[in-house]
Design a protein around this ligand. Sequence first.
Ligand code: PMV
Length: 374
Amino acid sequence: MTEKDFIPKPYSNSLESGSFTWSSPSNIALVKYWGKKEHQIPENPSISFTLDNCKTTTNLTFSKKSNHDGFSFEVFLDGEQKDDFKPKIETFFKRVEVYLPFLKDYHFTLETSNTFPHSSGIASSASGMSALALCLMSIEKSIIESDVTLNAPDSYRDERPFNNDYFIQKASFLARLGSGSACRSLEGGLVVWGKHDNIEGSSDLYGVKYPYEVHQNFKNYQDTILLVDKGEKQVSSTVGHNLMHGHPFAQQRFEQANKNLSDIISILKSGHLDKFIALVESEALTLHAMMMTSQPYFILMKPNTLEIINKIWSYRKASGSKICFTLDAGANVHVLYPESEAPQVLEFIQNELVAFCQNAQYICDVIGLGASKL
Ligand code: PMV
């Protein structure tokens, strides 16, 4: 697949109005994406667990407008109009217009809500952009299907099957143009984004479901997200990605991520949890090491992030638990552990880690099934 394969044949826009709702989860990367080329093409491949409880639900209502002058839309978060979200969506619409030529034909109302608090420091861009991309794909599908019914012989469907695989692939492709990691949020389990020679079907353009065997140890893997700092991040991930250009360790980092992705294939197959822990924690700390060694340098971890990491290490040493941590581009800690350890680990979290969370807040999550249409 190339970018061109996502440009549809002209359609006759026979739909007047409608509405679609999708719910899409967040995801947590095991091998991290940090650094990108133009058009949100990642510098290295990444793999993530799709989450279950941290989700965005988006309802997109559309009605035909008389002019084709520009994008027309309004955005609501939890029922409240949010004009400050508009520039990000306008940029997204501009980027994807060539792939969704109907965008200027309609007025859109976007109503969105998250299952996690907006100011929790949990990025809503992955769940939010994937939910929006899916709603837009539902519109395109309806337009094309109405075309097919009207002009059956020369249908788009005859040339390029608009099946579920294409739908998800294009939704992931569009989500990527909104926020890179969002392309890994559509399907459940493990998702790979970025071309890697050892992973069949992998692509820089969209996420694909991890295609190989995964050991029972990783079934229902748990992720308890400790909310260490709920404030605005001082440095956005867009700025962080850009600082990988000219970064003194960039090439080594991209090579390391490629190697870690190769290595995780056998770890996922064998269920070797010690190797999993070593790889995942190293990835998290390397991500933050890249931030600390860029120019200008910055630190997103907080003192309590380090307190939690040290507590996890002590607990693991003392108990033999297979608990580990990962971090995204912020201060919160994702505590990962097998389902079989859930009762003990939750007790440990409550007794020893909650004290380091802002307002004692944490979110219990688990590997999920991906996005769903409501
Ligand atoms: O998708 P973005 O641009 O918000 O970048 C996300 C980067 C990390 O969360 C740090 C890593 C990843 O692969 O998700």
